[in-house]
Design a protein around this ligand. Sequence first.
Ligand code: 5BU
Length: 273
Amino acid sequence: SKSHLTYGARASNHPNALARKLFQVAEAKKSNVTISADVTTTQELLDLCDQLGPHVAVVKTHIDILSDFSEKTIAGLQALAVKHNFLIFEDRKFIDIGNTVQKQYHGGALRISEWAHIINCSVLPGEGIVEALAQTAAARDFTYGPDRGLLILAEMTSKGSLATGPYTVSSVDYARKYKEFVVGFVSTRALSEIDSSASSPSPEEDFVVFTTGVNLSSKGDKLGQQYQTPQSAIARGADFIIAGRGIYTAPDPLDAVQRYQREGWEAYLARVQ
Ligand code: 5BU
């Protein structure tokens, strides 16, 4: 695992353009925070991104929960991503046959491939889903540049999650097989030690770990969400911590995001020392 190295060192060595950008942004802003911006109107989303943007590396969206998604949503998000130097991750969790996910990723009502730097998918359908999304991203590169990447949903934070065991191992196998497009995982820990019958860790591999379910003031919610702190997530291997309600429902979200930024950065510095 490369998790003992600084983001700067990982940025300079990484073969994937999007992974390099992620690490560069983290280093430049001294932030490994991803805000999960789960609000339901365009105005709330853009206000939140403008207010918290200086303190986060990534904004994670669920674009289908907006009641008023439009061209304004996309244009606004893209402008704020440039203004505050953050990347956009649409947490769409694609999970279908290749032919369907290509249509869900590119075009449709949401036009995800146009504005989301990062997407994620489950490998429950098998490796075809990864290949299909990679093809679509490659085709779009002619227009939108090489800055598109996929995270494989290797584990989930909810109670009783079935994304464990052989499912998680296959997630790692497919990430290694499609490493030009797969930048890493959504998981609760680093997975680079996994050595399976289909794949083994290689010395140069450097998958980026995003960990959800991060909250400083709660242990979980009434619907099965389970939380850990920034410190514990990063000690377990998270490169980017994802927090939603812990930040945007705090009495003062700006103060909260700065607290997550500080704790996340201190935990990172402790890990790379
Ligand atoms: P919260 O408000 O910090 O609990 O929001 C967590 C976000 O991360 C929310 O958008 C979920 O859809 C997302 N999530 C998660 O909570 N757990 C997972 O395993 C995955 C995504 Br994958």
